[in-house]
Design a protein around this ligand. Structure first.
Ligand code: NAG
Ligand code: NAG
Length: 203
């Protein structure tokens, strides 16, 4: 059984390598159209984040808007994180009114709404500052934004911790956790893009 298993995986590996080689040849042969170049920028940028797949599926639809601009990439990522965080607080406020929650669950949810509410403010300030930099010193400004977005990520993590084992109802717990995980991942991606923009400002 074991021998058959490793034979199959070696065959699979050989097929994969062939596919990869073919794919490479295809890429070399086909010139990338302008829209493809925009998408390629998103793909390359996402590859260096912790969540490349979520990143690409989220940001590829903004490829034409972002073009190749690290500033627009950071701004769009902050906007996506802000919108998602804000809609998640609304959903959680709704959930907290749900009857049949245990007192402990309702309390965890209220704490979470408060923490995520702080994230909403921090992301909102970041967007305001990055969109209207005015005469402020670029490095100082970016350093403030990095601080705020990191704080937002910490709040999201704290909130998530509240749902790691306390709640009795499994569905409730997974439902809330899934939403916050997404918020935290999008915020982490936004922080990566802000960091990258801060490290290489356009002139
Ligand atoms: C965030 O929401 C606002 C208001 O609904 C919308 O105008 C904006 O396009 C959204 N941002 C992104 C990146 O989709
Ligand atoms: C919250 O609940 C209200 C009323 O039940 C509903 O109209 C609204 O769409 C809900 N909002 C969210 C974000 O789930």
């Amino acid at each position: 059984m074991a021998a058959a298993g490793s034979y199959i995986s070696i065959t699979a590996l050989v097929i994969l390598i062939r596919l990869a080689i073919n794919l490479n040849l295809c890429l070399e042969a086909t010139p990338i159209p302008p829209s493809g170049r925009n998408t390629q920028f998103i793909r390359t940028s996402c590859r260096n984040t912790l969540y490349p797949n979520l990143c690409f599926t989220t940001f590829s639809r903004y490829a034409t808007r972002i073009r190749g601009s690290p500033r627009l990439l950071a701004t769009t990522a902050l906007s996506v994180a802000f919108n998602t965080t804000r809609s998640t607080t609304k959903t959680m406020i709704n959930l907290s009114k749900h009857h049949g929650l245990k007192r402990r669950e309702a309390a965890a949810l209220r704490d979470c709404v408060e923490q995520i509410g702080d994230s909403v403010d921090e992301l909102k300030d970041s967007i305001k500052e990055i969109s209207q930099p005015g005469d402020n010193d670029f490095h100082r400004l970016m350093s403030d934004i990095q601080t705020w977005v990191s704080a937002a990520l910490t709040n999201d993590d704290t909130c998530m911790d509240g749902f790691s084992g306390k709640c009795r109802k499994r569905n409730f717990k997974t439902n809330v956790r899934r939403r916050i995980v997404k918020v935290a991942r999008l915020t982490s991606i936004a922080l990566d893009f802000v960091d990258r923009y801060a490290a290489a400002p356009p002139h």
